[in-house]
Design a protein around this ligand. Structure first.
Ligand SMILES: Cc1cc2nc3c(=O)[nH]c(=O)nc-3n(C[C@H](O)[C@H](O)[C@H](O)COP(=O)(O)OP(=O)(O)OC[C@H]3O[C@@H](n4cnc5c(N)ncnc54)[C@H](O)[C@@H]3O)c2cc1C
Length: 370
C-alpha cells in the first residue's frame, strides 16, 4: 500500500514539479512539508520515534517509485534517511530521541557532509578542522557538493581533530545548521537533478557540543562508510527508478512512431534496445533487493550495496542513452522527458562513490575474503 501510494503521489504531484525544477532550477524545498506529512522522510525509523517503521526492502521500492517521476526528490529522501539511520544507531540519548522524534518535519531536514574540494574519492584526506574547546569542538573549513545543503537543519560532518595522530583524528559530528558560523552557497548550473539542493557549506568557528559527536572519536570514517552502505542502495534505487521511466517512455514511443511504413519497435535493432534495457533493469532490481535483504537481516552489506550501486547506475546510464537514441531527434529537445532523464542519470555513477571506487571496494572485499 505504501509503495502504491508513493507511486501515485509521484506520478500525479512530483512529476510536474520535477519538470519545473529542472527548467527554472528551483528546488524540492516547496514539497518538503508534504513529504513529511506523508511519512516519506522517516520511513525506516521505528514507530516509537514517530517513524513509519517499514523494512528496507519497502523503503528502497518506494525510492524507486519516487525516482521514476522525480530523481531529485528520491536523492533528497535518500540522503535525509541515511543520516537518520546512522544517528539512530550511533547517537547517544537523550539527544537521539530529541533529534529523531521530529525527523519527518522539514525543520529536521538533514545532509551528509563528507566531500571537500581536495577530498573527493579520497575522503580520508578531509581537512575541515575541529579544535577542542570547553564543552565540545569548534569547527572551521568547507564542505563541497552537499545535497540538501541549502535548507538542512542537520549536517552529519566529517572533521579532523587538530593535534591528534592521523589514524585517530577523523571524527563524525552532527552540526546544527541554525548555529552561528554556518554559511551555505548554492551550486548553480548542474547538468541534472536540478531540483535537488547542492551547496558549499562553510563553517567558521562553529561550536559543536560534546554530545553531538556521532559514534566514537577517531572512528569518523567508520560512521561515514557505514552510512554509505545504505546510501548506495538508495542511489541504486534512484538509478533503477530513472531506468524504469526511460524504459517506459522508450517502449511506448517505439510502438507509436512509424518509419518505412511500420512501428520502429518492429525493427530488430530497436527491439534489441528495448529488450536489453528490460533485462538490465530487472538485473539491477535483483541486486538492489539482495542488498536490501542484507540490511533488513542486519548482515554486512558493503559489497552487496556497492554491486547494486555500480550496476544500477551504469545500467541507468545505458538505458537512458538508448531511450534518447530510440526517440531520434525528438529525444534531443527539452520537451521530451527522456532528455531530462538522460541528464539526471549521469550523476548516479559519480556521487556516493564513483563507479571506479565501487569496483575497488568490491575487488578489495573479494581479496580480503580469499
Ligand atoms: C550533484 C552532486 C551531489 C553530491 N552530494 C554529496 C553529498 O551530499 N555529500 C557529500 O559528501 N558529497 C556529495 N557529492 C560529492 C561526490 O560524492 C563526489 O563528487 C565523488 O565522490 C567524487 O569525488 P570528486 O568529485 O572529488 O572526484 P575525484 O575524486 O577527483 O575523481 C575524479 C575521477 O578520478 C577517479 N578516481 C579517483 N580516485 C581513484 C582511484 N583510486 N582509482 C580509480 N579512479 C579514481 C574517479 O573515479 C573519477 O572518475 C556530490 C556530488 C555531486 C556532483
Amino acid at each position: 500500500m505504501l509503495i502504491e501510494t508513493a507511486r501515485d503521489f509521484a506520478r500525479n504531484e512530483l512529476l510536474p514539479l520535477d519538470r519545473k525544477w529542472d527548467e527554472d532550477e528551483s528546488t524540492v524545498e516547496e514539497i518538503l512539508p508534504t513529504l513529511g506529512e506523508m511519512g516519506l522522510m522517516n520511513l525506516t525509523l521505528p514507530e516509537e520515534l514517530n517513524g513509519v517503521g517499514c523494512s528496507f526492502g519497502t523503503y528502497f521500492a518506494i525510492l524507486h517509485e519516487i525516482a521514476a517521476s522525480s530523481p531529485s526528490t528520491a536523492v533528497t529522501i535518500s540522503v535525509h534517511s541515511m543520516v537518520g539511520k546512522i544517528l539512530h544507531e550511533c547517537l547517544a540519548e537523550p539527544l537521539r530521541t530529541e533529534v529523531l522524534s521530529s525527523w519527518g518535519d522539514p525543520a529536521s531536514f538533514a545532509a551528509f557532509a563528507l566531500t571537500e574540494a581536495d577530498a573527493g574519492s579520497d575522503a580520508r584526506a578531509a581537512r575541515v578542522e575541529a579544535v577542542e574547546v570547553d564543552g565540545g569542538l569548534k569547527i572551521n573549513g568547507e564542505k563541497m557538493w552537499i545535497t540538501n545543503g541549502l535548507t538542512s537543519r542537520w549536517f552529519l560532518t566529517l572533521v579532523r581533530l587538530r593535534d591528534v595522530p592521523d589514524n585517530g583524528s577523523l571524527c563524525a559530528v552532527l552540526i546544527d545548521g541554525n548555529d552561528r558560523g554556518v554559511e551555505r552557497t548554492k551550486i548553480h548550473g548542474k547538468m541534472g537533478i536540478r531540483g535537488s539542493e547542492t551547496a558549499v557549506i562553510h563553517f567558521a568557528d562553529t561550536f559543536v557540543p560534546e554530545d553531538h559527536i556521532v559514534g566514537q572519536r577517531g572512528r569518523g570514517m567508520w560512521v561515514f562508510t557505514t552510512t554509505l552502505n545504505e546510501g548506495r542502495i538508495g542511489i541504486a534505487s534512484q538509478s533503477s527508478g530513472i531506468a524504469e521511466a526511460c524504459l517506459s517512455e522508450m517502449s511506448s514511443y517505439v510502438c507509436e512512431r512509424k518509419q518505412f511504413g511500420r512501428p520502429i519497435g518492429t525493427f530488430q535493432a530497436v527491439a534489441r534496445m528495448v529488450a536489453d534495457s528490460a533485462v538490465e533493469l530487472e538485473a539491477a532490481k535483483a541486486l538492489i533487493w539482495q542488498a536490501a535483504e542484507k540490511v533488513d537481516a542486519g548482515c554486512p552489506s558493503r559489497s552487496a550495496s556497492s554491486m547494486a550501486k555500480l550496476y544500477a547506475s551504469e545500467a541507468a546510464n545505458r538505458i537512458a542513452y538508448r531511450a534518447v537514441q530510440a526517440h531520434g531527434g525528438t529525444g534531443y529537445v527539452r520537451e521530451c522527458r527522456v532528455e531530462q532523464l538522460y541528464r539526471d542519470a549521469r550523476v548516479t555513477t559519480i556521487y556516493e562513490g564513483t563507479s571506479e571506487i565501487q569496483r575497488l571496494l568490491i575487488a578489495r572485499e573479494l581479496g580480503e575474503a580469499s
